[in-house]
Design a protein around this ligand. Structure first.
Ligand SMILES: [Zn+2]
Length: 222
């Protein structure tokens, strides 16, 4: 089995378990019907359009049985959306995740230090997806027990990400395709080579990690 922690696409093969980023327009019933695990959340790029009404819609999504995580949401200092709006949206999601004991999938660009205080006190697991922190912040985040890191296409093409991947214990890692269009098996192949593990051993590690991150019930939604 290939665990794909974050994707914007459906599973591409029968042996892939994917947490798909769901879209806001589906509604609770639409979400229930899609028949695969989803995460729900408001991307920071659209934080200036997040209203009290969106808060209610998002909270109502949690009634759908296949919602296994909150996100992706987070902070992004590379876009012009006001940071205060991003922080409000992020904080809402953070509290929602704590309240419902759901893991959180984070989009973070140039804002790792802003998230450290949340990382220190979260009672639910937090996943920095498409992780690109520098070695210093990585060390700080590793000291925060709830923090996880996921890697995707960067492992194939970005030397800094390959080095970073080697710095993080495998017990804190998940793999993803995001919106790359690559098969998850291709990411596993690269990760296995970097870790000097067989594909089967890596699959075993990722399954163990997914059980801890998403929980047993979520993994049963295959
Ligand atoms: Zn994404």
């Amino acid at each position: 089995m290939f665990i794909n922690a974050h994707s914007h696409k459906n599973a591409q093969s029968p042996d892939e378990w994917v947490c798909r980023n769901a879209f806001h327009f589906l509604g609770v019933e639409g979400l229930n019907k899609v028949g695969y695990p989803v995460s729900v959340g408001w991307h920071p790029w659209y934080a200036d359009r997040f209203t009290p009404d969106s808060e209610n819609v998002l909270a109502s999504f949690l009634k759908a049985e296949n919602v296994v995580a909150i996100g992706e949401t987070g902070l992004d200092r590379s876009v012009s959306v006001p940071f205060s709006a991003q922080m409000n949206t992020w904080t809402f999601h953070y509290h929602l995740a704590q309240k419902h004991s759901l893991p959180l999938i984070i989009h973070c660009v140039k804002a790792y230090y802003d998230l450290v205080p949340f990382c220190k006190r979260s009672s639910v697991p937090l996943l920095f997806h498409g992780y690109r922190g520098n070695p210093e912040i990585t060390q700080t985040l590793l000291e925060c027990e709830p923090v996880w890191f996921s890697f995707g296409k960067d492992l194939l093409s970005r030397p800094q990400s390959r080095a970073l991947f080697a710095q993080i214990p495998v017990s804190r890692i998940l793999l993803e395709t995001d919106n790359s269009g690559l098969p998850i098996a291709r990411i596993y192949e690269e990760a296995a080579a970097l870790l000097h593990l067989s594909l089967e051993d890596l699959q075993g590690e990722m399954k163990k990690n997914a059980l801890r991150f998403f929980g047993e019930k979520a993994l049963a939604l295959f």
